[in-house]
Design a protein around this ligand. Structure first.
Ligand code: GDP
Ligand code: GDP
Length: 454
């Protein structure tokens, strides 16, 4: 179950935009009372869409679709921080981290009348580490006098502070221009924001059977979509109806057009793979079951793992299989592909369409895992059990413990563990295994990071 749905004013679920390209996402981060709500309501506007958050998500997160200067984008308000048992610092880290994960750019709001507080500075440290653009707004600058003080926020190292008055609208034009300049045309954080068709990248080295598989899946029922009009790269997507359901296969132009590049072919292939992954939610890695795993196969697999996308492995040309080869292949899968044992695997024959009907169930499984959100209570229950049965080895006479764990994002699931000391990599991997045993995650990478607290 996806946790967020985008609704229009009448409460109808919104379709993706005509291109199916996800709108870019801006996350708003800031302490309570700095004026985030005022900024969102008055300046960005929440006219077009209201989005509901289903129960089970621990904190309030609201998304709106909005528009400025003719460009549409999604605003995510990650909610204010409250002092509670967990403490403000933990909340701060979580919220900022989540914003960074969820968004293409972050709008960080500070109170221009108060200046930067210690809590603000803690957020700044996190924001400075991200590669995503950060726009710094100094709110409550209601008149020229406040502007001078706002300028002192240059010292935060986040670039130019934009003085703004959410209350009166002052400075909001410049701020919004800066926001638009920072946002990409199409979101790189997944289409969570707009729903739309599931996006699949079909990957594999030349001659593995990509084009044959595409033909087997599409038959005559294909719609070619020029996704990025006016660019020279001409990636073309195809919308393919499989058993009454549409899927978007991204960047199929490079698959259809049999280009034979001699020099630099590898380089271009890897660029194409990157571009396809950026747009996709799930990747199908096609392997040739009649040939040994190649270095290029391994490179493609690593790229998919690094991209954080869901993954399905398809062994093609299974019609060429014999007993001996098959034994070898099973061994190979367990040894050379040990890092992706979590990926669903199907054996197919693209040229005869044998078992190609197993592809969409595998894609669904992988995407479901990719979207999974583990309730905080359940997660911490498991963590407590792990600490009981398999505590971290002593370090210098001390017992590093997990204080609290939280899933900070989906797509893919990412977990942060707040701990009382440094955790060994081996123990982190152990926890990752236990998470998989308990919650499945078939077809998705997961990430576990540790924040030691003193
Ligand atoms: P949030 O909790 O961070 O979303 O903050 P709010 O939007 O609820 O605003 C907190 C308080 O600051 C409210 O009383 C607002 O009216 C006030 N406020 C918000 N923006 C401005 C502004 O630009 N100037 C002034 N003077 N007050 C503001
Ligand atoms: P691409 O370069 O990845 O798009 O690969 P193609 O789809 O063009 O296939 C390359 C070659 O492999 C062609 O000669 C296909 O007929 C053949 N091929 C593709 N799938 C299969 C299969 O399942 N079994 C067999 N025996 N040959 C296949």
């Amino acid at each position: 179950e996806s946790d967020l749905r985008l609704l229009d004013a009448e409460g109808n679920e919104l379709e993706g935009d005509e291109n199916g390209g996800a709108l870019p996402v801006l996350a708003i981060v800031g302490r309570p009372n700095v004026g985030k709500s005022t900024l969102v309501n008055r300046v960005l506007g929440r006219r077009e869409a209201v989005v509901e958050d289903v129960p089970g998500v621990t904190r309030d997160r609201v998304r709106y679709e909005t528009e400025w200067a003719g460009r549409r984008f999604v605003v995510v308000d990650t909610g204010g921080w409250e002092h509670d048992a967990k403490g403000l610092a933990a909340r701060v880290a979580e919220q900022a981290e989540m914003a960074i994960e969820l968004a293409d750019a972050v709008l960080f709001v500070v109170d221009g009348q108060v200046g930067a507080t210690a809590t603000d500075e803690a957020v700044v440290r996190l924001l400075r580490k991200t590669k995503k653009p950060v726009i710094l707004a100094a709110n409550k600058v209601d008149d020229t006098r406040g502007e001078l003080e706002a300028a002192s926020l240059w010292s935060l190292g986040l670039g130019q502070p934009y003085p703004v008055s959410a209350l009166h609208g002052r400075g909001s034009g410049d701020l919004l221009d800066a926001v638009l300049a920072a946002l990409p045309e199409v979101s790189a954080v997944g289409p969570e924001s707009v729903g739309g068709l599931r996006r699949v990248a079909l990957l594999g080295r030349p001659n593995v059977g990509k084009s044959s598989l595409l033909n087997a899946l599409a038959g005559e029922d294909r719609v070619v979509v020029d996704s990025v009009a006016g660019t020279t790269r001409d990636p073309v997507d195809e919308i393919i109806d499989i058993n009454g359901r549409q899927w978007r296969f991204v960047d199929t132009a490079g698959i259809r057009r049999r280009v034979h590049l001699t020099r630099g072919a590898d380089f271009y292939a890897s660029l194409r793979t990157h571009a396809a992954l950026e747009k996709a939610e799930v990747a199908v890695i096609l392997l040739d079951s009649s040939e040994p795993l190649s270095e290029q196969d391994q490179r493609i697999i690593s790229m998919v793992v690094d991209s954080g996308r869901a993954m399905v492995v398809a062994y093609n040309k299974w019609d060429l299989m014999d007993e001996e080869r098959r034994k070898f292949l099973e061994r190979e899968f367990e040894t050379d592909l040990v890092q992706i044992q979590w990926a669903p695997r199907i054996n197919i024959s693209a040229s005869t369409a044998w078992h190609t009907n197993r592809l969409t169930p595998a894609l669904d499984k992988a995407l479901e895992s990719w979207d999974t959100r583990v309730p905080t209570g359940k997660l911490n229950q498991l963590l407590a059990e792990i600490m009981q049965s398999h505590p971290h080895p002593l370090r210098g006479g001390k017992q590093p413990r997990i204080l609290y764990g939280s899933q900070v994002s989906t797509r893919p699931p990412r977990f942060v563990l707040f701990t009382s000391g440094f955790f060994e990599a081996g123990y982190r991997r152990f926890i990752e295994r236990r998470l998989r045993e308990s919650f499945g995650f078939e077809g998705t990478p997961i990430e576990v990071s540790v924040r030691p607290r003193e």
